[in-house]
Design a protein around this ligand. Structure first.
Ligand code: GAR
Length: 217
């Protein structure tokens, strides 16, 4: 079974969705370790509650980003991780981590990339006056939120939305998309072709929904 390492800085609601999907057997994978750069992050206690190793890597303790990522790589290897999932990990990763897990790092981002990469994606969407936003699960490359897109789901922006209400509506879709994308990776169905991803054996109806068809098949 595929072993996942999850990197999270915050509340860890995506981590929880992944833990739940693994526990229910809806994805053929298991969470091998959870790592955080933030002491006391809710993500770490969620891992502990699920009986998963929860590791704090405080960045202040390392002389450079490379040294930090090298330690991360050695911990991920020690836990025999096959796939790394960034789930609200608010730190840029370096080529040290990227090259150790090439095309095996996923990220979730709260917008329909390539719109609104980087920080404060939900605020950016509101500021731009977008009527539709959403979330994206993508493979991480050397850019910021630029890697090949695996799954997306669209979410309407409503007239009275604030950053909080829109983020919460997007989060509901994130919790569907992330386990689904991991499942596709674990099944070996994600084929990368340049900037594009092809999902092997997909039977989804591309006209039925505003989300990636693979989300609903
Ligand atoms: C999620 O909305 C995720 O998309 C976002 O942080 C939140 C983490 O929530 N990630 C980014 O903005 C990355 N640039 P969670 O800790 O409850 O999973």
């Amino acid at each position: 079974m595929m072993r996942i390492g999850i990197l999270a800085s915050g509340s860890g609601s995506n981590l929880q969705a992944i833990l739940d999907a693994c526990a229910h057997g809806s994805i053929p994978a298991q969470v091998a370790a959870v790592m955080s750069n933030v002491a006391g992050a809710r993500a770490l206690s969620r891992a502990e509650e699920a009986g998963v190793p929860a590791l704090l890597l405080a960045h202040g303790a390392y002389p450079s980003r490379d040294a930090y990522d090298a330690e991360m790589v050695s911990l991920l290897r020690r836990h025999q991780v096959d796939l790394v999932c960034l789930a609200g990990f608010m730190r840029l990763i370096t080529p040290v981590l990227l090259s150790a897990f090439q095309n095996r790092i996923l990220n979730i981002h709260p917008s329909l990339l390539p719109a609104y990469p980087g920080m404060h994606a939900v605020r950016q969407a509101l500021k731009a006056g977008a009527r539709v936003s959403g979330c994206t699960v993508h493979i991480v490359d050397e850019g910021t939120d630029t890697g090949p897109i695996v799954i997306q789901a669209a979410v309407p922006v409503l007239d009275g939305d604030t950053e909080e209400t829109l983020a919460a509506r997007i989060l509901v879709q994130e919790h569907r998309c992330y386990p689904r994308a991991i499942s596709l990776m674990a099944q070996g169905r994600v084929e990368i072709d340049g900037r594009r991803v092809r999902i092997k054996g997909s039977s989804g109806d591309p006209t039925r929904t505003l989300s990636s068809p693979e989300l609903s098949d």
